[in-house]
Ligand binder design. Structure first.
Ligand code: AMP
Length: 217
């Protein structure tokens, strides 16, 4: 099964992706995670994309598609795409890539949430660079300020989670990614879930949607 998680920045795609990949045995491809890792390792790709990420702008389609294709080629099992596609061009490139290998997108899950909620969520988000655990200063704060409960690492804020960059990311989402929601909504593989619910409820809802409409392989 190949799944796409759609939703604006901060909708909870990353949180759901980790749980769903474990439960459904899917490979997790998060373009945002890939780019952040390349940036932290200062690879040629990381150097090419870092200005886009820091400014809250989208990385050019050709670059993104090449990165995804290289991670995807040779993959025999199902894949969960998180943060990709983000433009109609990327969606078309993904379809072409899947068709070439006799595969398809089986389900698109749109996590719907208001921009107001997202703005407050993202600016309060802190992450542990050591173990990847994510906290929220308002709803899920660490026991000790600035310290990861899991591994004791020092929590940091993503450079693109500041209020001004989040606003820019939301604007980019409205302009370039929202048309993609309309594109998939017109298909029979589209499902929508309420992103304001508790994470466990959202997972249960997604699993139930997949169970009822789409074969879980
Ligand atoms: P995310 O972690 O998914 O919010 O992505 C963080 C940043 O990575 C975005 O603001 C973009 O700069 C870049 N990025 C991630 N995925 C894509 C994509 N599919 N297309 C273009 N840029 C992307």
């Amino acid at each position: 099964m190949n799944l796409i998680l759609l939703g604006c920045p901060g909708a909870g795609k990353g949180t759901q992706a980790s749980v769903l990949c474990e439960r459904l045995g899917l490979k997790h491809i998060s373009t945002g995670d890939i780019f952040r890792e390349e940036i932290s390792k200062k690879t040629p790709l990381g150097l090419k994309v870092s200005d886009y990420l820091n400014a809250g702008k989208l990385v050019p389609d050709t670059l993104v598609v090449d990165v995804v294709a290289s991670r995807f080629e040779g993959e025999k099992g199902g894949v969960l795409f998180d943060g990709f596609p983000r433009t109609l061009e990327q969606a078309e490139a993904l379809d072409a890539c899947l068709v070439k290998t006799g595969r398809r997108v089986d389900a698109v899950i749109f996590i719907n949430i208001s921009e107001k909620e997202v703005l407050s969520r993202l600016t309060a988000r802190r992450g542990c660079p050591k173990c990847g655990r994510v906290f929220n200063l308002n709803t899920n704060p660490p026991a000790s300020e600035g310290v990861c409960d899991n591994c004791g690492g020092n929590l940091t804020q993503r450079e693109d989670d500041t209020a001004s960059t989040v606003s820019r990311r939301l604007m980019v989402y409205r302009d370039l990614t929202q048309p993609l929601v309309a594109y998939y909504r017109a298909s029979n593989i589209f499902h929508e879930v309420d992103g304001n619910a508790q994470p466990q409820e959202i997972t249960a809802r997604i699993i139930s949607l997949l169970g009822s409409g789409t074969p879980v392989k």
